[in-house]
Design a protein around this ligand. Structure first.
Ligand SMILES: [Zn+2]
Length: 98
């Protein structure tokens, strides 16, 4: 039987904190972006050269580390979404600054 948790807050930041507290859960920042959000499968490291036709030129110039989903072939990099999420987690007291 699964457990259930009644979320009290209407603010998503507090909702996250409630769930984290209830589960005694901590983020591992390096794992946060290791799964494809579409397919829920682990993404794989990709050589810059291998993804150069799949990402915008400015992204290619600014980043050296890329990942690709083996299922949907979507390419990921540590863009503004990554940085914003990292900042937000730290702001919520949920992330460790690296
Ligand atoms: Zn995928």
């Amino acid at each position: 039987m699964g457990k259930s948790l009644l979320i009290q807050s209407n603010r998503y930041e507090e909702q996250i904190q409630e769930v984290m507290r209830a589960l005694d859960f901590t983020w591992e920042l390096e794992k946060l972006f290791s799964i494809c959000l579409e397919c829920n499968v682990p993404v794989q490291d990709r050589d810059k050269q291998k993804v150069k036709d799949r990402v915008p030129r400015n992204v290619l110039n600014e980043h050296d580390t890329f990942w690709q989903c083996p299922q949907c072939t979507k390419v990921f990099w540590q863009g503004s979404h990554y940085e914003n999420t990292q900042k937000k987690l730290i702001m919520l007291g949920l992330g460790a600054s690296t």
